[in-house]
Design a protein around this ligand. Structure first.
Ligand SMILES: [Zn+2]
Length: 143
């Protein structure tokens, strides 16, 4: 498969960088394993599109609505969060698939208040219960 996100959508729930924790028929949501920004997650379309403008409106609204809903949940779950930054990506040849990084930002994070998209990859181990605690809280606070 030549698209990272198409591969991710078809793969096991937990992978090198992400844990899939919510999905609809059109949208997938992944907790980023970099939790140095508590609650960080990624929203991706289930189907492949080359650009966000190619997403049918119904799917686009769901994509944005779920980013908003779980971003609000991250803010509730982690009250130190001051701002939710969105980064709509999909330029790189290996991941040319619309995906949105949701970055919960707080004073004292590694580059506050500047924007950034990189990650710290000293992840908790795969299967670490701390990931699932974050996921439970995000889901509970998303309704
Ligand atoms: Zn794709």
């Amino acid at each position: 498969m030549d698209c990272f996100y198409c591969g991710l959508n078809a793969a096991e729930e937990e992978s090198e960088h992400f844990i899939r924790f919510f999905q609809t028929s059109d949208v997938m949501i992944y907790l980023h394993r970099d939790q140095s920004l508590p609650g960080r997650f990624v929203v991706a379309t289930r189907a492949h599109f080359n650009d966000v403008t190619e997403i049918p409106e119904k799917i686009y609204w769901e994509f944005c609505l779920l980013a908003h809903r779980f971003g609000r949940a991250a803010k509730i779950t982690f009250p130190e969060t001051l701002k939710i930054n969105w980064a709509l990506c999909g330029n790189a040849p290996e991941s040319h698939h619309p995906h949105l990084h949701i970055l919960p930002r707080h004073v004292g994070d590694r580059r506050w208040p500047d924007f950034f998209l990189d990650y710290v990859d000293d992840y908790w181990p795969q299967g670490d219960p701390r990931y699932y605690t974050v996921i439970e809280k995000l889901i509970a606070n998303s309704s």
